[in-house]
Design a protein around this ligand. Structure first.
Ligand code: 2M8
Length: 430
């Protein structure tokens, strides 16, 4: 059957499939990204997935965020993965992370802080305002503690932008932006067996060399008094100002401010405003005028990471871009789109490192499409924003609810029946 994304039948079918995927991936109060491949609760996945649940089960949506925050550390950090139940299908699992609790309840690093954006989304779209008020009221201090943690632990010199210390924290694990910052020597590692290759083809996943670097960082952090945040910032050989985390944090700060006012927490508004003011200035140092895109910065060498990646468009989503720069970013984006069938590829398709199959080195990710499209709308580029949305609808309706998509052929890649792709179908593409 030839599927046409504009047809109502196709849309109804996708919405139904998306609800089925979320129900299927629900392990009782939290949603796994995909069975087998990712069998625990992931941080930014869950925050995004909550917006999908909100479309058909509001109480369940709130529960998703609550269960994520059940893993919050005393110092405010919300870990990248919460290990609610054991599983043997993922590496590295709780036994490798070995955080202080026994058994380990989480990883010792974080992920992009989407949650405040989701809490605002749930609050604004609530059919049950009393539930929304009480849930948002409970979650607000936890969100605030997490954002405070980011500035304390990851921006101790008050530059306005925060550091990531592991590629896993960016959410864009094997991005070409990390090629240079990842050139530190790896430690002598115990032999290990990856589980991801049991689920997806090696061509779609990071290489062994990349994994050796991931694990070197993990073990060094564990040896630093079990992921002590005061130590990690100083000992990590990988320290980068990442655009994905910083743009999401900036946007989430705006939503946190909005929630503070709604919930009568005016006393924290000045603190959030200071983050926003300083953050706004921090983005200045990430603009590459010649390339017409924002770039990440390696804090160890002080240099911009040369690769142009899809996160380079996310300052539009954060709302920190001048009209002139927005126009320049749009030109860059249009050039990228001319070279592929479906946007937005995760890196510049003209770069020789572009790999349409491999994870964050080429494929299209629907969640990033949503963020870029949302940012474009904000700056008045409605036609381009809608084009990206149309591409996203075409990809999911023609190929299915995959983890990511080949920008050249449109084929679905990585995990299938994937939660955040389903959630985006419900909350954005409906
Ligand atoms: C991917 O990351 C995990 C590690 O956190 C992995 O590959 O093992 C990334 O795409 C990340 O952004 C995502 O949150 C996670 C689960 O979907 O998978």
């Amino acid at each position: 059957v030839q599927l046409h994304p504009s047809s109502d039948d196709v849309r109804i079918q996708i919405v139904e499939e998306s609800m089925t995927v979320l129900r299927h991936n629900d392990l009782g109060g939290y949603t796994v990204p995909a069975h087998g491949l990712y069998p625990f609760q992931w941080n930014w996945d869950s925050a995004i997935v909550a917006s999908g649940w909100a479309v058909f089960d509001e109480a369940r949506a709130w529960q998703e965020i609550e269960s994520l925050f059940s893993g919050q550390w005393e110092d405010g950090m919300v870990p990248s993965i919460v290990f609610h139940k054991p599983s043997t299908t993922y590496f590295p699992g709780p036994e490798i992370w070995g955080t202080k609790e026994k058994p380990s309840k989480s990883t010792g690093i974080t992920q992009p802080p989407v949650a405040a954006m989701s809490v605002r989304f749930l609050y604004e779209h609530a059919d049950d305002p009393l539930l929304a008020m009480s849930e948002a009221g409970k979650l607000f201090p936890k969100l605030l503690a997490w954002h405070r943690w980011f500035y304390k632990a990851r921006d101790p010199f008050n530059t306005g932008v925060v550091a990531i210390l592991h590629p896993w924290e960016s959410g864009m694990d094997n991005s070409p932006a990390w090629d240079e910052p990842m050139r530190f020597p790896v430690d002598n590692l115990q032999p290990y067996v990856r589980c991801d290759l049991n689920h997806v083809h090696p061509e779609m996943r990071p290489t062994k060399e990349t994994y050796d670097h991931y694990l070197t960082l993990l073990y060094r952090f564990k040896n630093a008094n079990f992921y002590d945040p005061d130590k990690l910032y100083h000992i990590s050989p990988f320290r980068v100002t990442d655009l994905c985390v910083n743009c999401i944090l900036f946007r989430a700060n705006r939503d946190l401010r909005w929630l503070a006012i709604k919930l009568g927490r005016q006393e924290v508004v000045a603190e959030i405003d200071a983050w926003l003011d300083k953050g706004f200035q921090g983005f200045e140092s990430l603009w590459d005028e010649e390339a017409g895109i924002y770039k990440c910065r390696d804090q160890i060498t002080g240099k911009l990471c040369p690769a142009a990646i899809s996160a380079g468009f996310l300052p539009l989503f954060a709302g920190v871009v001048s009209e002139k720069r927005a126009a320049r970013l749009v030109r860059t984006l249009e050039q990228w789109l001319e070279q592929v069938k479906y946007g937005v590829p995760s890196m510049d398709p003209a770069d020789p490192r572009f790999e349409p199959l491999r994870y964050w080195r080429g494929p299209v990710w629907i969640i990033i499409n949503w963020m870029i499209s949302n940012g474009l709308k904000h700056y008045g580029y409605d036609a381009l924003a809608n084009r990206i949305k149309d591409h996203s609808i075409a990809l999911t309706s023609e190929s299915g609810l995959f983890e990511y998509f080949n920008p050249v052929t449109g084929e679905g890649e990585g995990g299938h029946d994937f939660s955040w792709t389903a959630a985006m179908s419900l909350a954005w593409m409906d």
